[in-house]
Write a protein that binds this ligand. Structure first.
Ligand code: A3P
Length: 327
């Protein structure tokens, strides 16, 4: 990471600031697991996830946070349920459990467990117990997935969605102030992000851990920017992946259903119970914030100076050299 070394970050200070601005009852501190930062309480579930029984008929939606996970989940769910929208009328996190949720917001044995809206503290169990075929969400890199996936002993479908790293960083900043108790400013946030000190980072390694397997037939890669530019094509590509086809008019209806305005109004995907929980435990810093926030490509220009943009551009150019991955 030569370009970051040149920037001379004070790593000790960054660690101290992270402890000051990004921890609380819900998260005592951070650790590093196979090269990725996670809340330290990930250690309590790492083995359960490693040993997790996977089925070939599972579908795993794997993303770095803020890459359009929820948007893609709603598209995938609708396609898999043959566009019967009555099945969408349930909290998204209950339909498609987020396997490592507990260690992010409601660690096992913590005082917060009694306030759990129902899908946080038992997220591994919930994922295990879902009726098959299960749809499971994770932000973990490939290296931290259940062993049966890593060794290809089981071959569930895996859909990975990725997004421009600068937009992801900005979206993650807003997210962390809404739902993860981050009390610092953007200047601290981008430094923690690029030095790999936030949960699931380094982002480029995380995405690349999947990218390496993109030629496997059970993998599908989608880009947030393609969904923005031409959602219909991405919908059709996803239908193909599931070997499903629908009349044109039904595809039109789905594209409309997935539009930003419609998603923002949709109570089942807006994470209202989660926002309520975060307010209750005092970690919702931006009380006016929305989960489906702006949905733009290029929004980073509104908050990142040109100097910071260049740091990101240089960093990513160097880290992804020799891959065809564009972030
Ligand atoms: P912004 O914070 O940039 O607005 P995730 O689900 O992975 O947390 O991603 C959330 C991001 O996806 C947010 O980005 C959110 O607004 C955006 N998003 C969700 N639904 C969208 C839609 N229908 N169109 C465009 N962006 C959408």
């Amino acid at each position: 990471m030569a370009s970051l070394t040149k920037l001379n970050f004070d790593y000790t200070q960054l660690d101290a600031d992270r402890q000051k601005y990004a921890t609380g009852e819900f998260r005592k501190g951070f650790g590093v697991f196979k090269g990725y930062t996670m809340p330290e309480s990930f250690s309590l579930i790492q083995k359960q996830i490693d040993d997790f029984e996977v089925y070939d008929d599972d579908l795993w939606i794997t993303t770095f946070p803020k890459c359009g996970t929820t948007w893609a989940q709603e598209m995938i769910w609708s396609i898999c349920h043959d566009l019967d929208y009555s099945t969408n009328e349930q909290e998204l996190d209950e339909r498609m459990p987020f396997i490592e949720y507990c260690c992010i917001l409601c660690p096992p044995n913590s005082k917060l467990v009694p306030l759990d809206p129902g899908f946080l503290s038992n997220s591994v169990q919930l994922s295990r117990d879902m009726k098959r075929p299960r749809i499971i969400k994770t932000h973990l890199p490939f290296d931290l997935l259940p062993r049966q996936i890593r060794t290809f002993e089981r071959r569930p479908k895996i859909i990975h969605i990725y997004r421009n790293i600068k937009d992801t960083c900005v979206s993650f900043f807003h997210h962390q102030r809404l739902l993860e108790g981050f009390r610092g400013d953007f200047d601290l946030f981008w430094k923690l992000f690029i030095t790999g000190k936030l949960s699931w980072t380094p982002m480029d390694d995380n995405v690349h851990s999947y990218w390496k397997h993109r030629s496997q037939p059970n993998f599908l890669f989608l880009r947030f920017e393609d969904m923005k530019r031409d959602l219909r094509s991405v919908v059709l590509q996803t239908c193909d992946f599931f070997k499903k086809s629908f009349p044109e008019s039904e595809i039109d209806k789905l594209v409309k259903y997935l539009s930003f305005d419609s998603m923002q109004k949709n109570p089942w995907v807006s994470k209202l119970p989660l926002i309520e929980y975060c307010k209750k435990i005092g970690i919702c810093i931006n009380q006016e914030g929305k989960f489906i926030r702006k949905g733009a490509a290029g929004d980073y220009k509104n908050i990142m100076s040109e100097d910071i943009q260049k740091i990101f551009d240089d960093y990513i150019k160097e880290k992804l050299k020799g891959t065809e991955l564009v972030l």
